[in-house]
Design a protein around this ligand. Structure first.
Ligand code: FBP
Length: 702
């Protein structure tokens, strides 16, 4: 029958409902953009000014003192609201300015609100002030790529994720030539101030630019961004000035939502172990927060592995009369795989041959043997580039060529003891690891000299070892799926067999009160099973194995099936949580307050973000005193110090204390948790990163 009501495609394409259903501007997005974001109390005042304080103490690095003399003496500045300031402050605030802003490094949810806050604050102070967005990161500053931002553009991005408004990039302004290019753009444009929104490396850039442009009166400010959460600032007395960088909360919540969904799926079809690698190039803050948000069965925390002490080895060294055994410090890859296997085996024994594991992408950085390879290879590549004034990766494009070069180095070290960078032992150990991992370790470092962990299949490396060890345990009869007593009895009943008659022969724990029965270790095949029954006189050689018993045997033998997932870029692109929306919008306002009061070499920050919004305190943190020397591309470089997970922190200790509960290697239910979805609904606006809340509780601040 002909469908007479059917509309033509042409009609459909102009039908208002079709237009609405297919529009990229859906209602939720429009509502999100239009949602007004509250300002800290100081920004509700007509003016702000800065009060310097000596309350916070920093231990400065000698190199930072030498390289950044003009900004090393900066102090923490408190932003204060003023109702009726004198003419000098009025003049400063209302001055017509040109301000540049640039995103640097990986995207982090909330970046657009930093621009929105800066834009609103600057335009409120003087509508003639112009804001320029540099395109594609620091390259835009060096190459003069920028756009002037107008209200429509800013409004179209309010409360939305990504850095799409002006894009981002990972270039580093790290040579005289590049500094010169940046200076030219800034001067040509006549900028009064530049705001660099970025992580540790980008704030390092901000400090060097602030120093460089100091005498010309161009102010350079940083804003702490990175989903990794490793920009955290405490002073020497442990007082928290910046609890976490923006974007962390959203990314952790986005990852945790995915992990929680997998927990639900895993406990429904009970056949997979889901291995979730989560971003965080070095520090494991994201993994820690994901653990708190979703309670996966196993979560690795890199910093904890580095702290590991092999007491047995130390004891042995003592007994052998050796001073110490250095290999006892830190966990090896092999040991780590054993720890994971232990959890898997214990869950299986309780009948749970499934689960969820969270692995931080940077975990290998904390494994001694891998760290040694990374540092050695960094140095070898840097030395090669320096000596030949060329690029190692271009000269040796394939893995075989790279390995060949390393082999030559090893040979040279054998023949001439002066060459120690790569020994034959290094070469042998390196050749023992799988090719995909060798390739990963030899990958090109980013422009800041960071190792590109997001591109290494960390999970595959670890799980490869886990798989091998589980196989070995299986062959020894030590990896079993526990059979529920009731299931055993029922199955035997169906086969008209007396469960008690066979129980003691089949299971090692039949006579105990254990809820799950474990096949005896010596039963590792149908053949050994039959032998056990024959030995016990329950079967003769000629008898066929009763099908009920065979069924029980098959249920007991686990097959270890994994699904690998990587959570990183997806969470980085999420729309921000309400916490990140408010945090970033106020960071933008804070950046303007710093500019209006003449600050430079400072990072805009908000103190007390773990507390109620009413207690948030916008401040300026001096960047130079936070810098230290770090190995980058085989050389020591002055960079902003990254904050790693503190294994003494309350948040970590709480996760540690919950390990057994979340592993749930028992007959009880799993303890999976579903995080609050990313929403700006009023009921959930108080939500904060759990890590921050716990640490505040631990310090009696909440
Ligand atoms: P930033 O420190 O620049 O914010 O980036 C962090 C990060 O998201 C890491 O978690 C991840 O390892 C890395 O970026 C990925 O980098 P890329 O985007 O270059 O692949």
């Amino acid at each position: 029958m002909k469908d007479t009501a059917r509309k033509s495609l042409e009609e459909l394409m102009s039908d208002p409902r079709v237009l609405e259903y297919t529009s990229s501007l859906n209602k939720a997005l429009k509502d999100r953009r239009n949602e007004p974001v509250p300002r800290c109390a100081v920004f509700e005042k007509p003016y702000t000014m800065l009060r310097e304080t000596d309350r916070y103490v920093f231990q400065t690095d000698r190199e930072a003192e030498n390289k950044l003399p003009r900004i090393i003496g900066n102090k923490v500045q408190i932003v204060e609201g003023v109702d009726q300031p004198g003419p000098e402050i009025r003049g400063q605030v209302h001055k017509e300015r040109k301000i540049g802003i640039v995103f640097s490094g990986g995207p982090a949810p909330g970046g657009h609100n930093v621009i929105a806050g800066l834009f609103d604050a600057a335009k409120a102070a003087n509508p003639k002030t112009r804001i320029f967005g540099f395109l594609l990161g620091p390259d835009g500053v060096m190459e003069g790529g920028y756009v002037e931002l107008d209200r429509d553009t800013v409004d179209a991005h309010r409360n939305l994720g990504g850095f799409g408004m002006i894009k981002t990039g990972r270039a580093k302004i790290d040579s005289d030539k590049k500094m010169q290019l940046a200076r030219e753009t800034i001067k040509d444009l006549g900028l009064d101030a530049l705001v660099i929104v970025g992580g540790d490396d980008s704030n390092t850039n901000a400090a060097f630019l602030a120093e460089e442009l100091y005498s010309e009166g161009v102010q350079v400010l940083g804003v702490p961004k990175t989903i990794d959460g490793d920009i955290q600032v405490r002073d020497e007395n442990g007082e928290v000035l910046c609890a976490v960088s923006f974007g962390f909360h959203t990314a952790a919540r986005a990852f945790a939502t995915e992990v929680a969904n997998l927990c639900t799926d895993a406990s429904s079809d009970v056949k997979y172990w889901h291995i979730c690698k989560v971003m965080g190039r070095v520090a494991s803050h994201l993994a820690l927060e994901v653990a708190l948000q979703s309670h996966p069965n196993i979560t690795l925390i890199g910093e904890e592995l580095a702290e590991y002490l092999d007491e047995e080895r130390l004891q042995k060294a003592k007994m052998d009369g050796r001073e110490t055994d250095y290999s006892a410090f830190g966990m090896t890859l092999r040991h780590l795989s054993r720890v994971i296997c232990d959890g898997i085996v214990r869950r299986a024994a309780s009948g749970k041959n499934y689960g969820v594991i969270v692995i931080p992408e940077g975990v290998l950085e904390f494994i001694n043997e891998i760290q040694v390879f990374i540092i050695k290879l960094n140095t070898i590549i840097a030395d090669y580039n320096r000596m030949h004034d060329t690029d190692f990766h271009q000269d040796f494009p394939t893995l075989d060529e790279k390995l060949d070069y390393l082999r030559r180095l090893a040979r040279r070290s054998r023949d001439d003891r002066r060459y120690t960078s790569w020994s034959t032992r290094d070469d042998d150990l390196f050749n023992d690891i799988p090719a995909f991992f060798q390739e990963g370790l030899l990958m090109e470092r980013d422009s800041h000299g960071n190792f590109p962990f997001s591109q290494v299949e960390t999970d595959k490396v670890i799980m490869g070892l886990v798989q091998d060890y589980l196989k070995m345990l299986g062959e020894k009869g030590l990896y079993r799926v526990g059979i529920e007593r009731a299931v055993y009895q029922k199955t035997m009943g169906h086969g008209r067999l007396d469960p008690d008659f066979y129980g003691g022969i089949l299971f090692s724990n039949y006579k105990t009160k254990d809820t799950h029965l474990l096949l005896r270790e010596e039963i590792i095949s149908v053949r050994t099973l039959k032998q056990a029954l024959v030995r016990a006189g329950l079967l003769t050689e000629k008898d066929k194995l009763p099908s009920a018993i065979e069924k029980i045997y098959k249920k007991s033998i686990p097959s270890f099936k994994t699904q690998l997932h990587f959570y990183g870029y997806d969470g980085r692109g999420s729309d921000p949580t309400w916490f990140d929306c408010v945090y970033t919008y106020n960071l933008g306002w804070c950046a303007f307050s710093l500019i209006a009061s003449g600050a430079t070499g400072q990072m805009a920050a908000i103190k007390n973000i773990e507390l109620d919004f009413g207690q948030w305190e916008p401040i300026g943190i001096p960047i130079a005193p936070l810098m230290h020397l770090e190995e980058r591309k085989g050389k020591l470089a002055l960079v902003l110090e990254r904050a790693l997970v503190d294994v003494d922190s309350t948040a970590f200790q709480i996760v540690k204390a919950h390990r057994e509960k979340w592993l749930a290697a028992n007959a009880g239910p799993d303890d999976y948790r579903r995080p609050i979805p990313i929403t700006n609904q009023a009921a959930y606006r108080q939500d904060r990163p759990i890590t921050l809340l716990l640490n505040a509780v631990g310090k009696g601040r909440l």
